[in-house]
Design a protein around this ligand. Sequence first.
Ligand code: FPP
Length: 233
Amino acid sequence: MKKINHLGIIVDGNGRWAKERGLSRSEGHKAGAEALRKIILYLSHEKLVNYLSLYVFSTENFGRPTEEVNYLMELFLKWFTTVKKEYRNENIKIYFSGRKEYLRSDIVDAMNALENETADNDGLVVNFCLSYGGRAEIVDATKNIVRKFANNEITINDIDEELFAKNLYHELPDIDFLIRTSGESRISNFMLWQISYAEFYFPKVYFPDFDTKELDKAFKEYESRDRRFGKVK
Ligand code: FPP
């Protein structure tokens, strides 16, 4: 199989999945979390990708009803606390990307603890984009660069694409393959810098139903793509 270095997933359709079943949106998110848990372990065991970036909460998602935001925050808190030991033993390394300053301090503490606990691992890297916006990431990288310039650590001529990429939230390779579940075909501000040459895939299935079979289908699709990176073969 053609190896995917960096896979991105925009998690979408939890709410519609729940609505179709007469369940609450919270129950949709709970089912989405369970689907996510299985996908992460599958990718880690089968060594199918090196990096996995997941869009689980955008800066815009703070505008959802308070009850839903609160439910998601509790879900994140519980999840990040319970997977700590498991992920350390599974050799999974966790990153978080996003503006932590918008999040509750107990959640930030749990995120930091999970990052620290898995910092020495060298297996699958899972990058959770939480309180995340692609434009915000570019703005924050620009601020880092301007700060370095002001401190005389770099000159104008040092600024190129490589230096810019190093000043993003984490040093991650470009995304090769981006999946958005639920049939929506838009990017919604996800990793704008890193998706420049990504292949896109928009399966109709809602995220709670996105299982390992669906993932294998997606990988088959990726295999059929002819990536030329602007060149001629
Ligand atoms: C999008 O579906 C989903 C979210 C905004 C939340 C994603 C969260 C999870 C999968 C929960 C667990 C994650 C972790 C890390 C514990 P939607 O609600 O926008 O669906 P809709 O468009 O059908 O309403």
